[in-house]
Design a protein around this ligand. Structure first.
Ligand SMILES: Cc1cc2nc3c(=O)[nH]c(=O)nc-3n(C[C@H](O)[C@H](O)[C@H](O)COP(=O)(O)O)c2cc1C
Length: 367
């Protein structure tokens, strides 16, 4: 019996297996609204056989978008466009669909990856950015406005409004983005938070704004639907945020009604030496899970079925998320199921590709 293909219960939502399609920005929205690219992208992923799709980082204000192409959930147009994508996926698939909600903070107003990834140049319609402190992400990046009390309240309210919109759209799960150097992780990390008020200084103070934001969203999100957080597992810099901080943060989130955390890392300081390699963040997830008992998702260079199964069997995580692996092979879960001797329901149109029809020559690919 494969653990990877066993169900996972999150409040009233049962995930049919433990493979999550990790949130992946598509940088292809217009004024925050999804379009035909997203129909194709999520439509194909909806047939992948994953247990959960978490849609890309979707931003709570236009200013909070990473790039001009990032999706948002701050207008009626955004909500209508998202509703169209959801309806399309649900017409053809029963896969649970969640959404990641975030604010880019001082890394907003940047170029799409294929445009260079830097701060937007003066001729590319940049916009003013806001952050925990008036410290730029790196040289050449804009100095953010340090959010005052009013600014903090406005952004927290925007997180709540996007959550309410997601609830009204019938989305199954909401995930708060507090990693990768975007707004909430810059409150957490002492490298980016130099505030002298109750939101800076001690770890407890640095966690305050992300926790307040989570609590406000949780109160706005239906009690029977799950809510998770992508947490910051490490800055990978001495004197920065570390895994013991991530444990404290995950424990505090759990006490506020967080159903799972996905443990990611890096992104606050570009100088970090991140030990990227197979499962490079899984150890962080294992520590968080062991110390807090919260349902934990591991992410980062998880590419093989046996690798994913071992992460679960060793108790390092309860779920795995794949990003690039799902783009590389949109039917990775099919291949993983075949490799692990599990069966996975295929859409009837594709049933002739089922594992049992291959007589031992299954094209499992990377799995
Ligand atoms: C194209 C692309 C877009 C991404 N966008 C997001 C995002 O919106 N939110 C997020 O938390 N992580 C995002 N990530 C990070 C992934 O979710 C994942 O954590 C990372 O790629 C490591 O997993 P992998 O080795 O399976 O790709 C993105 C990654 C890729 C490749």
């Amino acid at each position: 019996m494969s653990l990877l293909f066993s169900p996972l219960q999150l409040r009233s939502l049962e995930l049919p297996n433990r493979i999550q399609v990790s949130p992946m920005c598509q940088y292809s929205a217009v004024d925050g609204s999804m379009n035909d690219w997203h129909l194709m992208h999520y439509g194909s992923l909806a047939l992948a056989g994953a247990g959960l799709i978490v849609m890309e980082a979707t931003h709570v204000t236009a200013q909070g978008r990473i790039t001009h192409g990032c999706s948002g959930l701050y207008s009626d147009d955004n909500a209508a466009a998202l509703a169209r994508v959801l309806a399309f996926c649900r017409k053809h698939s029963a896969v649970p669909i969640g959404i990641q909600i975030g604010h880019a903070g001082r890394k907003a107003s940047s170029e799409r990856p294929w445009e260079g990834r830097g701060a937007l140049k003066a001729d590319a319609a940049p916009w003013p950015v806001a952050g925990a402190s008036a410290l730029p992400f790196a040289e050449g990046w804009p100095v953010p406005e340090a959010l005052d009390r009013e600014g903090l309240r406005a952004i927290r309210d925007a997180f709540v409004h996007s959550t309410e919109r997601a609830a009204a759209l019938g989305i199954d799960l909401v995930e708060l983005h507090s990693a990768h150097g975007y707004l909430l992780s810059t409150f957490l990390s002492p490298l980016s938070n130099r505030r002298t008020d109750e939101y800076g200084g001690s770890r407890e103070n640095r966690m305050r704004y992300p926790l307040e934001t989570f609590a406000a969203m949780r109160a706005a999100w239906p009690a029977d639907r799950p809510m998770g957080v992508r947490i910051h597992g490490s800055d990978w810099i001495d004197g920065g945020w570390g895994v013991e901080d991530a444990v404290a943060y995950a424990g505090a989130l759990k006490a506020l009604g967080c159903d799972y955390v996905t443990v990611s890392s890096g992104g606050v300081d570009g100088a970090a030496q991140i030990p990227v390699g197979p499962g490079y963040q899984t150890g962080l997830a294992a520590t968080v899970r062991r110390e807090t008992g919260i349902i934990t998702c591991a992410v980062g260079m998880i590419t093989g079925a046996a690798q994913a199964e071992a992460i679960l069997a060793d108790g390092q995580a309860d779920q795995v998320a794949l990003a690039r692996g799902m783009l590389f092979n949109k039917h990775w879960p099919w291949a993983a199921a075949a490799a692990l001797g599990a069966s996975i329901p295929l859409p009837p149109q594709y049933a002739r590709a089922a594992a049992q029809t291959w007589r031992g020559t299954i094209p499992t690919g990377a799995a």
